[in-house]
Design a protein around this ligand. Structure first.
Ligand code: B12
Length: 445
């Protein structure tokens, strides 16, 4: 071999090794790009840790803990306290989706999932999943499909096996009937279903009769996510900014950006450019692993390192004060119309004739006031009353004028501004002058 060829091989080898250290979900990148991502992982992780309470709990402990374990920041400490919170939650009444997240977090923390607070998590999850989809041997509509996708994914990732052909068939049917995993072409639902099916595809053997169906489903779901790519100023999103992290994972895990690294990096940089201040806990949990280049699918075959479980550590209180100031400038007062609507389909057999649309005129709201505070002002003026529930996405509106959304009947208060669904919750949305805000009691599918 000539000396020149030898030198080329050595140089390429060095490049290869150097690049291999800078792996992202989009493939290997330059050191500077990689470091920009890692710096943000540390900032966001500190912020997420500062949201943990003294008992080791977050608003959504399973999502936050699993996310931090996947992102492996130095700041993660006292995993045991948070695991104890989860062990307790595993014995309480929870939604199917939340229970699925507990299984994944238990798995990520390398706990014994067959005896977690006395519960065999995977066995229990499969039982609940069956109950959710079947009643006395006949198919039934689940309480929420998002929870079903979470459960199929969590079971498969934790057990390295499919939750069963009939359950997977229900997920596939849902897409085949509707041509998507959700009516509104929601990227969130599609991405979550894809993550579940990607795991099932990986554990199925070639003779599995549903394998070809799963591959077809993943192919059409990927195409649907790719058509949801949109440019907003300097950013590129899949769906919107909040559905992008999960969607990017769903697509990269299926090799969809293998030949489009630049586009993939643009999306990853858009996620990275988001300022951490004022982002809700759940948004941080969903962003962190993606920036680190890890995904829950890596928990299959125990590919993720177990976190340190040093019991002697005290809960370290982290004081992060990087909130962006909420605009308070009283430039001018603006007028906002608040409207309260009850949609007929919200009631299965209720008396609708007596329910009228009610208009509230709220004047003189300081410009820049968030919707929640606008509603507080409206309540002080005795125009309305309302109730909220704290969640990992912030305050969720659960009742207006004593009318509580009944979750067991899939009811929720949907919020619109000038006829369009608002993209964030009431504690983040800032109405503008003349805007008509509507609260509609409706049902989810
Ligand atoms: C399913 C879902 C819903 C369902 C929840 C019921 C169900 N089917 O189980 C319904 C239809 C009720 C819903 C409503 C809304 N949603 Co929603 N929802 C989701 C979704 C797809 C999954 C949430 C989930 O089930 N997580 C798993 C379970 C196990 O965790 P959990 O903590 O128990 O989940 C609860 C909370 O997330 C809460 N919730 C759901 N959405 C929202 C939104 C806000 C602002 C709050 C405070 C709470 C909340 O309900 C969940 C079930 O109890 C997420 C997408 C995502 N990336 O997470 C969007 C998401 C959280 N929703 C979003 C939005 C904007 C809304 C609405 C404000 C839309 C609107 N204009 O009306 C409303 C909330 C209005 C209100 N009353 O306050 C945004 C939030 C963005 C942000 N930064 O705040 C997300 C991220 C979608 C997106 N990509 O933009 N949602």
């Amino acid at each position: 071999m000539s000396t020149v060829v030898c030198w080329l091989l050595i140089l390429c080898g060095i490049c290869g090794i150097a690049n291999a250290n800078y792996e992202t979900v989009c493939g290997s990148v330059e050191e500077s790009e990689y470091l920009a991502l890692q710096r943000n992982v540390d900032v966001l992780a500190r912020r997420l840790m500062s949201m943990r309470d003294d008992s080791g709990a977050w608003r959504s402990t399973p999502e936050a803990l699993a996310s931090l374990i996947l992102a492996k920041p130095d700041v993660l400490s006292n995993v045991d306290a948070s695991v104890a919170v989860l062990e307790n939650q595993a014995t309480q009444e929870t939604s199917l989706g939340r229970f699925a997240q507990i299984l994944l977090a238990a798995k990520a923390s390398c706990s014994n999932t067959t005896n977690f607070g006395g519960v065999n998590l995977a066995k229990e999850l499969k039982r609940r999943l069956n109950d959710e989809l079947m009643l006395n041997g006949t198919k039934r509509e689940p309480h929420g499909w998002y929870g079903v996708y979470l459960a199929v994914g969590a079971y498969c990732i934790s057990e390295n096996q499919s939750p069963g052909e009939s359950i997977v068939a229900r997920v596939l049917e849902r897409q085949e009937i509707r041509n998507n995993f959700h009516e509104s072409l929601s990227a969130d639902y599609t991405a979550q279903a894809m993550i579940a099916l990607t795991c099932v595809m990986r554990v199925s053997d070639a003779s599995d009769p549903t394998l070809a169906r799963i591959q077809r489903s993943l192919h059409s779901a990927s195409n649907s996510l790719l058509t949801a790519i949109n440019v907003e100023k300097d950013n590129v999103w899949i769906g919107n900014r909040y559905s992008t992290p999960k969607s990017l994972i769903a697509l990269t895990e299926n090799g969809k950006f293998a030949n489009q690294k630049r586009l993939c990096m643009k999306i990853l940089k858009s996620i990275n450019n988001r300022p951490a201040g004022r982002e809700p806990e759940a948004a941080l949990s969903q962003v962190l692993p993606v920036l680190k280049g890890t995904s829950k699918l890596q928990l299959m075959n125990d590919e993720v390192d177990c976190p340190s479980r040093d019991k002697s550590q005290e809960i370290q209180s982290i004081d992060e004060n990087i909130d962006e100031p909420i605009p308070t400038a009283r430039v001018a007062d603006i007028k906002i119309d608040l409207e309260f609507i009850i949609k007929p389909n919200a009631y299965l057999g209720g008396d609708l004739a007596s329910e009228n649309v009610t208009h509230f005129d709220v004047t003189r709201v300081p410009k820049g006031t968030i919707l929640h505070d606008t509603m507080v002002l409206a309540s002080q003026r005795e125009l309305m009353t309302f109730e909220t529930r704290d969640t990992s996405w912030g305050r969720s509106l659960v009742g207006i004028n004593g009318r509580r959304a009944n979750r067991s009947m899939r009811q929720y208060w949907s919020i619109g501004a000038n006829g369009k669904s608002i993209p964030v919750g009431i504690d983040r949305f800032i109405p503008s002058h003349g805007e008509k805000i509507s609260f509609t009691l409706t049902t989810w599918s």
